[in-house]
Design a protein around this ligand. Structure first.
Ligand SMILES: Nc1ncnc2c1ncn2[C@@H]1O[C@H](COP(=O)(O)OP(=O)(O)OP(=O)(O)O)[C@@H](O)[C@H]1O
Length: 363
């Protein structure tokens, strides 16, 4: 499995670092770039472009992340997410556009972001024999005012494993260590890239709780993921990137609502109640459509359809089993791209892949 670990900002792409997001060339809608409280963005990307030879990985990405947000960059494999955050972290030179972290320019001066940015990127490894505590001490030594390693180990439930070697950690423990290493410089902004890839469901949920704990300490988090459920669960706002461009931006609820604001219910009734229920349902003002599939009745309606249906049926002494059908960010992706979402992420490195190379300063 791929492991990830953090590296001081501006050190080397493909090994570790992280970033945030704001709307594109014309930042994807004011609501996506400007917080209601008018706070200056912690991260701002405008019209970012980056190609590897003839392969344009990032065509036009813009986004803005407010202080204290968990902001997601969501998209299928190969969409350009990692390239975006590598440019943001100063690990790759962009071909066009601007990026800023707390007003600093990581492209022109990657060293200037080191004090404020912690990055955890994919595909990095620590020495197999290095213990958790040693790794934290080593990374702390890179900074003038590092966090207290003992406190970080407590925060990330690593204290019981402090003497365990990296090579003997479980996937979840490695991920927690990678977050700790990204935070050891006391960053105001942290970039977390594909944090839960390869983890089992329980470890994923535990990692999500840790990310929220980190945000509660005031750290702005840019979360890169191809998991729709992760973005929906964790992100205050997000952009969906596809083929190097931002195709949707907003909060998970806004995005889902934008696809279709109707509500769908599925009802199961006793067979002798079905005819009466159908008559009642079709007469309700909040109901737009009623269809029958076997023993299930599907009802589409306004956002008030659930209470309207339950009340009306209860008045006739009909008590159905009711399920609400929820839409997801996956529906948003399908809606805006016209394609299904590739969960497998089969996109691999190209023949011209230079992931092992470094472009940023401090290599
Ligand atoms: N170092 C590189 N050299 C050449 N091509 C690259 C390099 N890094 C990424 N690419 C290509 O750029 C495109 C975008 O890749 P990128 O890693 O930024 O996407 P991603 O959304 O992060 O996907 P993944 O989740 O698979 O990492 C892909 O076509 C990828 O093959």
């Amino acid at each position: 499995m791929t492991t990830a670990h953090p590296v001081p900002a501006g050190s080397s792409p493909g090994s570790a670092l992280a970033a945030g997001a704001l709307p594109s060339s014309a930042p994807v809608g004011a609501s996506s770039t400007t917080r209601p409280d008018g706070a200056a963005p912690a991260i701002e990307i405008v019209a970012l472009r980056k190609a590897y030879g003839s392969n344009v990985a990032v065509r036009d990405v813009s986004l803005a992340v407010g202080p204290g947000e968990i902001f997601g960059i969501l998209g299928p494999n190969g969409a350009g997410k990692t390239t975006t955050v590598e440019c943001l972290a100063g690990l790759r030179q962009a071909d066009g556009g601007t990026v800023r972290i707390l007003g600093r320019d990581p492209q022109a001066d990657p060293a200037s972001v080191r004090e404020v940015l912690g990055v955890q990127l994919q595909e990095a490894e620590l020495n197999e024999r290095m213990t958790v505590a040693e790794a934290l001490r080593l990374y702390a030594s890179f900074y003038e005012s590092p966090a207290d390693p003992a406190e970080l180990m407590d925060l990330l439930d690593l204290t019981p494993h402090r003497a365990r070697q990296f090579g003997k950690l479980s996937g979840g423990q490695k991920q927690r260590l990678s977050i700790a290493l990204a935070l050891v410089g006391n960053p105001q902004v942290a970039i977390l890239d594909e944090l839960t890839t390869g983890l089992d469901p329980q470890a994923r949920r535990a990692t999500w709780e840790l990310v929220e704990r980190v945000r509660d300490r005031g750290v702005t988090i840019l979360l890169v993921t191809h998991f729709m459920d992760e973005a929906e669960r964790l992100c205050d706002r997000l952009v969906i990137i596809d083929q190097g461009v931002v195709v949707a931006a907003g909060s998970p609820a806004e995005l889902i609502e934008s696809v279709d604001s109707s509500r769908v219910l599925r009802l199961r009734l006793e067979p002798h109640e079905e005819a009466q229920a159908l008559e009642i349902l079709t007469g309700l003002a909040d109901v737009q459509a009623v269809t029958r599939e076997g023993h299930e009745i599907e009802v589409t309606g306004t956002r008030r359809v659930l209470p309207a249906v339950v009340l009306a049926l209860a008045e006739a002494d009909v008590v159905p089993d009711v399920r609400t059908v929820t839409r997801s960010l996956e529906d948003v992706f399908v809606h805006v791209t016209g394609r299904t979402y590739d969960h497998t992420g089969a996109t691999g490195p190209t023949a011209t892949d230079d992931r092992s190379s470094t472009e940023g300063a401090g290599r």
